[in-house]
Ligand binder design. Structure first.
Ligand code: LLP
Length: 408
């Protein structure tokens, strides 16, 4: 069998690279997250290649997928890390991220987290309020050190995505409004415990409109020039993450276009570019493999009940997100309209409503695609269910990269 990347059909069965998913389900059990090493490598490489013409540091958004084995590969591919908690900082460092390539965002950084990041000598604290700036300065002074900071700007730009994953409007809790940030520059320049090293913004997630990034790049580049004119010696501009992937065949932004859109305005500043991609690196890399427990019919619906639940993959329940659902073995199966649901005692525990699928019956394996980002990382033990196992496929071999552990 030729070397394959990701998930594909071969003689009426779905494979991940050269390994049959039936084999993984039999040996490991279900539900299980399956990742393709080759897909991860390809995604990392495509992104790096798109920005190869300009000094760029992609900082992987660890919240999208924090499996240490996957992180190690991402850092080996030359990525830094975007972290939002002390836990993520620790995981990133343990997985081999360089401290001077880590940025720390988040509206509610704890004192202990700030101290850990100061001691670790990270690249930048992305400061999200004037109050946080004071807290950070006081902690840096107490530790007799200098905190490298960037203002995380809230540019009040509508990223035209789901409101639940929009972060750049004044209605959201994120970032410092641009006018307010301008007024804070002098204060930072006067404080010997703070060093303004960059500016950052993050618009939202699953963005499919290129112009949104264009507007942010232009506004942030302009602001960076103003801030530098005030005497700040910036070294980077961080334009965040947010590039969308195609969950249901929708049109997305080609990485080359994304790079062109950001770099156009940015070149004038001469600053290094940072980006914080999460989804675009991890989503297509993984899928959730689950088995049909059984069927159930009501006067209104035909349900297919699978052994994965919203605790394993929350996106459909939380955002109404669409994920492709495919039977692993293809045989003659008449199509029918069903709701694919999990065993959790919540009505919202539903992976797909009124979806036309080949007829699935007890024992069938089912693949929920594009679950490598915000899949396992948002999993919980709700209903006292163990977290699902994670498996990495690399060519013709596979191994558990995180085991499912019983709760008692
Ligand atoms: N940088 C910051 C500061 C962020 O808050 C995020 C995502 C990213 C980067 C990465 O964004 P990405 O490239 O992955 O779009 N749980 C939701 C997504 C929430 C994203 C939160 N922030 C989902 O499952 O769709």
């Amino acid at each position: 069998m030729n070397a394959r990347v990701g998930f594909w059909q071969h003689s009426a069965e779905t494979y991940c690279e050269s390994v049959s998913l039936t084999r993984i389900a039999e040996e490991i059990g279900t539900p299980v997250y399956v990742y393709s090493a080759a897909q991860l490598e390809r995604n990392c490489r495509s992104l790096t290649a798109a920005f190869s013409a300009y000094p760029t540091l992609p900082c992987f958004a660890v919240k999208a997928n924090s499996n240490p084995v996957l992180l190690k590969r991402i850092f080996e591919a030359g990525f830094g890390a975007d972290v939002v908690s002390g836990g993520e900082l620790r995981i990133a460092l343990a997985a081999g991220a360089r401290a001077d390539q880590i940025v720390f965002s988040g509206v509610g950084k704890l004192e202990s987290e700030i101290q850990l990041a100061l001691q670790s000598k990270i690249l930048s604290f992305h400061v999200e309020s004037a109050e946080e700036l004071d807290r950070l300065a006081a902690l840096a002074q107490r530790g007799a050190t200098v905190a490298p900071i960037s203002f995380r700007i809230n540019p009040n730009i509508d990223p035209k995505t789901d409101p639940k994953i929009t972060t750049a409007l004044y209605e959201t809790k994120f970032g410092i409004p641009e006018p307010e940030a301008r007024g804070l520059v002098e204060k930072v320049l006067r404080n010997p415990y703070l060093k303004l090293v960059g500016l950052s913004c993050h618009l939202g997630s699953q963005i499919t409109d290129r112009d949104v990034f264009g507007e942010a790049a232009a506004r942030m580049s302009q602001l960076a020039q103003e801030v530098m004119a005030l005497g700040a010696k910036l070294s980077f501009l961080d334009l965040g993450g947010g590039v969308g992937v195609s969950y249901r065949g929708e049109k997305t932004i080609a990485l080359e276009d994304y790079a062109r859109t950001l770099l156009g305005p940015l070149r004038k500043t001469g600053l290094k570019l940072l980006i914080e991609p999460g989804r675009v690196v991890a989503a297509t890399t993984g899928a959730l493999l689950t088995r049909v427990i059984g069927r159930k019919r009501t006067p209104a619906k035909q349900f297919v009940i699978v052994d994965a639940g919203m605790n394993d993959l929350l996106r459909p329940a939380l955002y109404g997100a669409f994920h492709r659902i495919e039977p692993v073995a293809t045989r003659e199966m008449p199509p029918e309209k069903v709701d694919v649901v999990g065993p959790i005692c919540e009505t919202t525990d539903c992976f797909a409503a009124d979806r036309e699928l080949p007829m699935l019956t007890a024992g069938d394996l089912v693949l929920i695609r594009d679950a490598g980002a915000y899949g396992f990382s948002m999993a919980s033990t709700y209903n006292s269910r163990p977290l699902p196992a994670e498996v990495l496929v690399d060519g013709s071999s596979f191994r558990i990269i995180r085991a499912s552990a019983p709760l008692v």
